[in-house]
Design a protein around this ligand. Structure first.
Ligand code: IMP
Ligand code: MG
Length: 195
C-alpha cells in the first residue's frame, strides 16, 4: 500500500492550466468496457432489486450509460463527494453530502464512482453508508489508477485499469471542465512531470 502522506491537492494544483490532452480511451473502448462491467453486475445481482448510488459529479456519464445496460429492477440515488482537489483550501479534506440518498436500509446497494485513485473517497463513503445498514454494499468504478491506492479496499467492479495520469472526459473534470468530452483524455507527460 502506498504512503498517502503527500499533499494531493498541491500536486493537482501543479498541473498546468493549458494542458494539451491526448486520447487514452476512445468512445468505442469506453462503450465496450462499460458493457463488460454491466454484464458482471447483471450476473452478480441477477433479478435482485438494486439501488445504484452515483457519486456526483464525476459519475454522471457512467451512471447514465451503465443503468441502461442493467436488467434488474433498480432505483438511482446520488451523493456528492468533494475533495477540494486542485483548490488551495483544505487539502485532503473530504465532505460528503447525502441529502439525495434514498433510504438504503435493507437494500442491495451499488456505489458507482468515476475513478479509484488514492481510494480515500470511496473508502470513507462506503464506511459512512455501512452505518445505514444496507443488505449488501458493493462498488463499481470506471477507472482504477495503477499504483496510487492507499486504503485497504478495492472496488468490486472496475471497467478499466489506467496508468498514473491525470485524466478528463466522460464525466471526469479538471477544475470543473472537460466533463463533456465523449472520450477519456490524459494530460501530456510534460505536464504530469510537475505533479
Ligand atoms: P480518491 O479519493 O483519491 O480515490 O479520488 C477520487 C476522486 O478524485 C474521484 O472521484 C475524482 O473526482 C478525483 N480524481 C482522481 N483522479 C482524477 C483524475 O485523474 N481526473 C479527474 N478526477 C480525478
Ligand atoms: Mg469524483
Amino acid at each position: 500500500m502506498r504512503d498517502c502522506s503527500l499533499n494531493e491537492a498541491r500536486a493537482a494544483q501543479a498541473i498546468v492550466e493549458e494542458s494539451i490532452v491526448k486520447t487514452l480511451l476512445t468512445e468505442q473502448q469506453l462503450r465496450d468496457g462499460v458493457a463488460r462491467m454491466a454484464a458482471e453486475i447483471n450476473e452478480h445481482y441477477r433479478d435482485r432489486r438494486l439501488t445504484i448510488v452515483g457519486v456526483m459529479t464525476g459519475s454522471i456519464v457512467l451512471v447514465a450509460d451503465l443503468i441502461r445496460l442493467l436488467n434488474m429492477p433498480l432505483r438511482v440515488g446520488v451523493v456528492q463527494a468533494r475533495s477540494y482537489r486542485g483548490d488551495a483550501t483544505s487539502p485532503g479534506e473530504l465532505t460528503i453530502n447525502s441529502d439525495l440518498l434514498p433510504d438504503i436500509h435493507d437494500h442491495h446497494v451499488l456505489v458507482v464512482d468515476d475513478i479509484f485513485d488514492t481510494g480515500k473517497t470511496l473508502f470513507r463513503l462506503l464506511d459512512q453508508m455501512r452505518v445505514l445498514r444496507p443488505t449488501t454494499l458493493r462498488s463499481a468504478v470506471l477507472l482504477r489508477k495503477a499504483g496510487r491506492q492507499c486504503v485497504a479496499m478495492e472496488p468490486d467492479h472496475v471497467a478499466f485499469e489506467i496508468p498514473d495520469a491525470f485524466v478528463v472526459g466522460y464525466g471526469l473534470d479538471y477544475r470543473d471542465e472537460y466533463r463533456n468530452l465523449p472520450y477519456l483524455a490524459a494530460l501530456e507527460d510534460q505536464d504530469l512531470a510537475a505533479r
